[in-house]
Design a protein around this ligand. Structure first.
Ligand code: ADP
Ligand code: ASP
Ligand code: MG
Length: 411
């Protein structure tokens, strides 16, 4: 029988009632003749609570134990979903990541899926089971320890299962009815897109649009998974949601197709470092070894052989970055006067494939921000995106102003 993957995010399984509602949707697909693989997230708020416990217990935690704790939320919903389906007389069974097994790298807290053997679940389908409920976000490392895939990782579990089982489609059920031109919670003028290209979705996701985890889009693109984002609260329909698909299938061709933001950015400045060959390696080597994901970098003009080096990284890695740089200073590998961490910033980005062929996008973006009196602290560009780091208090204003400036509300 054809296989369908259905993923339910945190808000879609937040209560027993919502789990029932999600299970009914699964029932509809089973009735159509699909064997269904359901991927569940933890109940909404659960993972944050678990992360909080870990941080309070051990701020520079051992990532293996972080994974042991934060993966547990999904175990609860997987079992409850299987029980709910059984109550509806639908033969269902739950799997934790290690039972499948979802084999991952050992990069704890941001592991990558390497392999998903299908024999186990396929055999059960052969015996009459109709729904396999799998705990999202988790896997097992070559060392046999539980891993997690990074925040939002259940999306990636879902796409990886769709690829492994050659599923007809991967439906991501969430609390919005599709992918919008920007976060509909920030701009009321945000417009739902019927289709979006993999490339644009990839940029939007990596720049903060958390509707899909970046890695899930990468996998869908590589394995040509038919990926759809839709609401678990609206009435079922074949046209619902947003289809993430190849560029050729998307008709829109405008310079900017979406605005993303990320609150989760910190601006770090190393004051008075020596301006000499090898200094960037001496700074960014230890940061990388400490698992700090450096994003934007600027080196200021040198004066008397000294310069300031600025970079951005996720706010939850600030402590790690500070420790790595202080340790390098203690070892005598680098010298700097002070390290300033500014966590009151955010990143706002404009994304669009049309940027490849149309000029003036950056100029328009900078003019729009300047007209609102917003100061730009750092800029980064690529072929299809422009990102700026600005004060966090201007985030909503910047997103709305850019959404207006690029006329994204108009179809
Ligand atoms: P889930 O728990 O179902 O995985 P998430 O909270 O991870 O849901 O992702 C859905 C959220 O993504 C929405 O509630 C919305 O606020 C946010 N979001 C950010 N950018 C966008 C966008 N461009 N389109 C749709 N939703 C977006
Ligand atoms: N529960 C995990 C998180 O909140 C994984 C997910 O929901 O996708 O990040
Ligand atoms: Mg999510």
């Amino acid at each position: 029988m054809p296989v369908l993957v259905m993923k339910f995010g945190g808000t879609s399984v937040a209560t027993l009632d919502r789990i029932k509602r999600a299970a009914k949707r699964v029932g509809l697909e089973v009735a159509k003749g699909y064997d269904v693989i359901v991927i569940v997230s933890a109940m909404s708020g659960e993972t944050n609570k678990l992360v909080g416990y870990v941080n309070e217990t051990s701020p520079l935690y051992d990532a293996r134990e972080y994974d042991a704790v934060v993966s547990s939320g999904e175990n609860v919903t997987a079992g409850l979903m299987a029980l709910t389906l059984q109550e509806m007389d639908i033969p269902a069974r739950s799997w934790q990541g290690w039972q499948v097994p979802v084999k991952t790298t050992s990069a704890h807290s941001s592991a990558r899926i390497e392999e998903i053997p299908t024999d186990n679940i396929t055999a059960k389908f052969g015996e009459g089971m109709r729904v396999a409920v799998v705990a999202g976000f988790q896997g097992i490392s070559p060392e046999g320890r539980i891993t997690t895939l990074g925040r939002g990782g259940s999306d990636t579990t879902a796409v990886a299962f769709a690829a492994a089982f050659d599923a007809e489609r991967c439906d991501i059920y969430t609390d919005v009815d599709g992918v919008y031109t920007t976060d509909p919670r920030i701009s009321q003028k945000a417009r739902k897109l019927d289709k979006i290209s993999f490339e644009e979705m990839l940029e939007l996701a990596s720049l903060g649009a958390k509707v899909l985890q970046t890695r899930s889009v990468e996998l869908a693109m590589r394995y040509k998974v038919k990926l759809r984002v839709l609401s678990s609260f609206e009435e079922p329909s074949d046209e619902a949601g947003t289809l993430v698909c190849a560029e050729e299938e998307v008709m829109e061709n405008r310079p900017v197709s979406g605005i993303a933001y990320s609150r989760d950015e910190a601006k770090m400045t190393l004051v008075s470092v020596a301006d000499k060959p090898g200094i960037a390696a001496a700074i960014f080597g230890p940061l990388s070894d400490a698992g700090v994901n450096v994003d934007m970098i600027i080196q200021n003009v040198a004066e008397q052989g000294l310069t300031d080096m600025t970079f951005s990284c996720p706010t939850d890695q600030v402590m790690r970055a500070q420790k790595a740089l202080d340790d390098a200073k203690t070892r005598g590998d680098i010298a700097f006067q002070e390290l300033i961490a500014d966590t009151d910033v955010c990143k706002v980005s404009a994304v669009g494939i049309g940027m490849r062929s149309q000029s003036g996008v950056a100029a328009k973006m900078f003019k729009t921000l300047s007209d609102e009196g917003i100061n730009i602290k750092v800029i980064a560009t690529s072929e299809i995106k422009i990102s700026v780091l600005i004060d966090r208090k201007y985030m909503e204003l910047a997103v709305q102003a850019l959404h207006d400036a690029f006329e994204l509300e108009k179809a």
